[in-house]
Design a protein around this ligand. Structure first.
Ligand SMILES: [Zn+2]
Length: 452
């Protein structure tokens, strides 16, 4: 199947603002991209003025939890929520499913579960580093894992224990000769007994139990590894503590007394950029995640660090659970914010007044493609890439209701918020896989996603 898309506004590489484009699609790939709007193409799919054609978005930090904890989330519901938000590529975290993605056999179980369930986006998998699995890491990489995640603090699930400095040196040595990405849940608690648990209904109690010092101590360990192993790549997932930002800048510049660190990337999440601790009501556990959502002043510093490039990109860290596990107070409830598919309107609402749409889209697409080995195939409207697109109405205003949540458990800190911008259509490999004007029909259609 081949056809032409004529877009009055499209987000193309190298442009600070959307530009007109004429794009041909053949065999599920982008065959050509010509700047300018051609009026002479018969039967073209026209993206009208006022709508913007974007590359399909990437969310490289999601927990789909299948098999094993499919009651928390699953491939069907998770990928449906993604595609409704213009996300066409998901990379699944190695934990919360059972088994975790820590061996090649376990990766095979995850893949089999995805294929037997059906996926509406393309899906790839991170592997995990746990104590004792160093020998599994290179085989996982060769089997297609996109990199490895580890925890420096207890993960919350027994089958994915955290690692210490010695485990990490063993793991990095096992990855020698590769340029693998090693990712950290970057909280390191050296004095866990000192935190008070009085008033667990109050968000401030939970916040005090996960202070910025946990993230700073983790950062020191990560920087020492990054300098020890310059051929590997290191990545901090879901940075929350703005106190880490000057240290990251100094390490990259080599002004902290060590060699310049060039192999460290950083992500943050939609919730750290759009929510603040001061506004979280008692027992509002839909806001609980680790590291925690911090103060408004912290949020503003994170926001500036995304804008100036200190933070490389932004992800959902969609990490849901059953309603039963979200009940109770801040100290007992499961930690995780559900927001898969809401990233673009959240960031457009937050940044749209002062940052052009193509830069925001970059954080949600091309900035992540290279990280997972998919540059040139995903995340950019360029010849040779998969024909994955989202059609975005930047002027729409939408209140998020419970009914809008397509993920399995209908709880989210974003319910009731009014956001700017709405994805109207999503294309995967040249085919429409989401049409907001026919959600029921879209969800009843056969799944088209593939494994990456
Ligand atoms: Zn996570």
């Amino acid at each position: 199947m081949s056809y032409t898309i004529v877009a009055h506004q499209a987000v193309l590489p190298g442009h600070e603002q959307p530009v007109g484009a004429t794009i041909t699609v053949a065999g599920g790939k982008i065959a050509s991209v010509v700047e300018g709007v051609s009026s002479s193409v018969p039967n073209a799919v026209v993206i009208p003025a006022g709508r913007v054609l974007l590359p399909g978005l990437i969310d490289s930090h999601v927990h789909l939890n299948q098999p094993g904890r499919t009651a928390w989330e699953g491939f069907a519901s998770g990928t449906a929520a993604a595609v409704a938000g213009g996300v066409t590529t998901l990379i699944d975290m190695p934990l919360n499913s059972i088994p975790p993605t820590t061996t090649v056999a376990n990766l095979g179980e995850k893949r089999a579960a995805a294929l037997s369930t059906g996926i509406r986006t393309d899906v790839g998998f991170w592997g995990g580093i746990i104590p004792g699995n160093a020998g599994d890491l290179k085989p996982l990489l060769e089997a297609g894992a996109k990199g490895f995640k580890c925890f420096l603090i207890e993960s919350g699930v027994d089958e994915f224990p955290c690692v210490d400095g010695l485990d990490l040196i063993t793991a990095c040595d096992a990855l020698e000769g590769t340029n693998a990405l090693v990712m950290f849940h970057a909280e390191l608690d050296q004095n866990p007994a000192t935190h008070t648990h009085d008033h667990p209904e109050s968000y401030s109690t939970f916040l005090a139990s996960r202070p910025p010092s946990l993230e700073l101590d983790a950062l020191a360990l990560i920087l020492s590894l990054a300098r020890r192993c310059p051929a590997l790549r290191f990545h901090i997932v879901h940075l929350s503590a703005a106190d880490a930002l000057p240290l990251i800048r100094a390490a990259r510049a080599g002004t902290d007394g060590g060699a310049p660190v060039q192999n460290l990337t950083v992500e943050t999440c939609f919730h750290y950029l759009t929510l603040s601790s001061e506004a979280i009501p008692d027992n509002a556990t839909s806001y609980k995640c680790c590291p925690p959502i911090r103060s408004e002043a912290n949020r503003r510093l994170l926001r500036a660090a995304v804008a100036d490039g200190t933070i490389d990109y932004v992800v959902s860290d969609h990490s849901p659970c059953t309603p039963e596990l979200k009940k109770g107070d801040f100290m007992s409830a499961w930690g995780g914010v559900s927001g898969l598919g809401f990233g673009l309107p959240l960031l457009w609402t937050e940044f749209g007044a002062d940052i052009p749409l193509p830069r925001i889209v970059h954080w949600l697409s091309s900035a992540q493609a290279g990280q997972v080995g998919l540059a040139g195939r995903k995340g950019s409207i360029v010849p040779g890439a998969d024909a994955d697109f989202a059609v975005f109405d930047p002027a729409a205003s939408v209140e998020i209701t419970r009914d809008d949540l397509l993920f399995r458990n209908k709880q989210s800190a974003y319910i009731g918020k009014t956001l700017k911008g709405r994805v109207e259509k999503t294309y995967l490999r040249g085919e429409v896989v989401w049409d907001a004007s026919d959600a029921t029909g879209s969800l009843a259609a056969p799944t088209k996603g593939q494994l990456l």
